[in-house]
Design a protein around this ligand. Sequence first.
Ligand SMILES: Nc1ncnc2c1ncn2[C@@H]1O[C@H](COP(=O)(O)OP(=O)(O)OP(=O)(O)O)[C@@H](O)[C@H]1O
Ligand SMILES: [Mg+2]
Length: 468
Amino acid sequence: MANEIRVLIAEDDVNTHEEWRESITAWGYRGEIAEDGIRALDLIGTFNPHILVSDLKMPRKDGLELLREIRELGIQLPVIMISGRGEIPDAVDALKLGALDYLRKPVDPVHLRQMLKNIADHMTVREENSVLRRRLAEVGELGPLFGRSLAMRRVIATIERLAPSSASVVITGESGTGKELVARTIHELSPRRSGPYVPVNCAAIPETLMESELFGHERGSFTGADRRREGCFEVANGGTLLLDELVEMKFELQSKLLRVIEEGRVRRVGGTAEIPLDVRVLAASNQDIERAVREGTLRADLYYRLNVFTINLPPLRERAEDLPQLVQMFVQHYAAQNHRDVVGVDDDCMMALQSHPWPGNVRQLRNVIERALIVCDGRIIRKVDLPEAFRVGGNGASSFIKVPLGSSFEDVERELIARTIEFTGGNKTRVAELLGVSVKTLYNKLERFASDRPENLERPQAAVRKGK
Ligand SMILES: Nc1ncnc2c1ncn2[C@@H]1O[C@H](COP(=O)(O)OP(=O)(O)OP(=O)(O)O)[C@@H](O)[C@H]1O
Ligand SMILES: [Mg+2]
């Protein structure tokens, strides 16, 4: 298979040509080399490459111009750009012009080889996939991601466009809008899909452990490090790493993170060996991430490095037209799971759902439907099956807590937090906002309560889960 794949290299430094030719052949491709952009265009016509690897800086016609012309000619050709030091803004322009990816000089052959392999593997299935995906986008579904609204279709179209590359993506949106789902979908639609998908929740990991969680550690590198441990970056090698709640990461650690991403290699805490990485990094945040940059909690250079593409997920209240489809999907899902013969919701119930503000977005909707399905006694869910807040119009009835005299501050705190979590449908950011504490503080409190009384309060989700 690889034998039939033709790779064109456009590079003006003739001293490296022999080396290029040898590598490409050794990896099993047919290679051809152009010394400038004009020659590259000629060869695209005659050699008809499957993949183009192009230097950004070249005489006569540089990489960006070459890319622009390829696009204008309507040629479908995956392009990997090679940028020199300081050419990152141009590399980002190249991605915007449709380049699949970029590499920095000096090119790491291991990395390039993997990129070529990803593209080559992907090529055979691409045709059928793109037809399938177009259909999915038309009906408003992309894998598990639902939404017929214009806003969601835009999101779906963007995901399709950027999934095949290795470019970073920043995903923003209120809690429960589907950021993690989007991250996973990007991974599933990318050539990395057979590699690992590793989500890390930066808010749920104690600050002191964060560094070793991300980068790993050698045995004995700190008290408690009784054995060697791979960090998330290593675990995600060949796949995708999601840095969830990125804004919660300590400022000093952010520069280390940036360095690892830029250099494409990692050193474990207490270690010396540099481990080469091929990881696509996605970041998610439910806070206004640009404000975090302005306020100095998120490093600007890290943000700009990650923010090659942005996906902003609209809150549920701004896409009420998606509600019926989501409701139907959750009803079917939970009916099957609970072996119940429930088929839908009645009009009155749907109206109550549609007029709700949904502070917890799709997650909250899912929970409401799951609960309604359990309490409902017919085949159709009715308004009486919804939580009290939906029945009285507004959140009136559930927005009070009763505290018996004689309670301690801690009891009150516990009750208030538990009820606020209920009130927001589990939206932790909103809970923290309402209570006037940071998300981190909230997690710490939950952690403490959970260890006192494990059955009563929700624990923060496991910080790290391996993908399938
Ligand atoms: N568009 C959608 N289609 C189908 N299900 C969705 C959609 N958006 C969200 N969900 C469901 O809602 C739940 C919450 O989604 P997810 O965990 O991705 O949200 P999130 O934005 O990461 O939230 P948080 O900020 O709280 O971490 C999941 O069960 C997910 O499957
Ligand atoms: Mg999430």
